[in-house]
Design a protein around this ligand. Structure first.
Ligand code: ZN
Length: 84
């Protein structure tokens, strides 16, 4: 397996890895690759930071007035689209 295809298959598993969904043996292989591969390690760090920012943003509840406007907007968009 070439270096770049190893990176690609590692990055393809990244979401499951961060979510803790991978079997132990796969996780161990990923971790050893990340340990040896600076670009992948950097990507993992960035991914983790981004994921935690997104989670925090989603935890914040939307004010009811904004939610109502958003629903109205989406409904109008869908109605206009289906008419067109
Ligand atoms: Zn790599």
């Amino acid at each position: 397996m070439s270096e770049s295809s190893t990176c690609q298959s590692c990055l393809a598993l990244l979401v499951d890895y961060v979510d803790g969904q991978l079997p132990d043996d796969v996780r161990a292989k990923l971790e050893s690759h990340f340990h040896d591969c600076q670009p992948c390690e950097d990507f993992l760090a960035t991914y983790r930071a981004t994921a935690s920012v997104c989670r925090k943003a989603l935890e914040r509840t939307i004010p009811e007035s904004v939610a109502a406007k958003l629903h109205a907007f989406i409904r109008d968009e869908l109605c206009n689209k289906s008419k067109a």
